[in-house]
Write a new protein. Sequence first.
Length: 219
Amino acid sequence: MTVLPVFVIGQAPRPDLAAEIAAAAPGLPIAMRGALDGMTRDEIGAIPPRDGADTLFTMLPSGEAVSISKSGVTARMKAMLAATDGPVLLACTGAFKGLPDRPGLVQPSAVLNGMAEALLPRGRLGLFVPLPEQAATLGASRARDGLSITVLPLRPHADAATRAAAMAAMAQQKPDLVLLDCISYTRADKAAAVAAMGCPVLLSVAVAARAAACLLPEV
């Protein structure tokens, strides 16, 4: 059976992410690698974001949440992709420029934009992002004519009270569609969003995993 390479922007393993992929695409075999594999915690701390546009959020295998430089990750991803053939799932919803232009590279950002446009040609889009400093950049990346966007920060794996408060704030904006714009959001986050708002909710990891699974041979 063909194994799908999954490239995370931090370090592998990511049991939380693997569990979400398994739930979204049962039976899909994956091999997970991290752009920061082999680096010490101090070395990771030495590549901080330059600004909001250069900020990526990831969870380390220890469960620690960190902000890292997008440009630093991109350089490492390029080398990983150059050494890998066939379909690859890039496990991040950020839009990466400078990666090889090749068939079979699933960048969730592009998949999510296409799906959101198909489901919501015009209307109100609610966007949850991990960090406040990402709001302007990620909101702009989803913008298009006919769409009004509300962007709210919600750190993945936040406690229930924090999540409930964020969902209540978004519900006041009456979105027609909600996008959980980070691979580290979970089915629990989606369930909370659906309960609070009652509109369709896109869980990034589920959308990306199912898109990538479509590229593999049927069994």
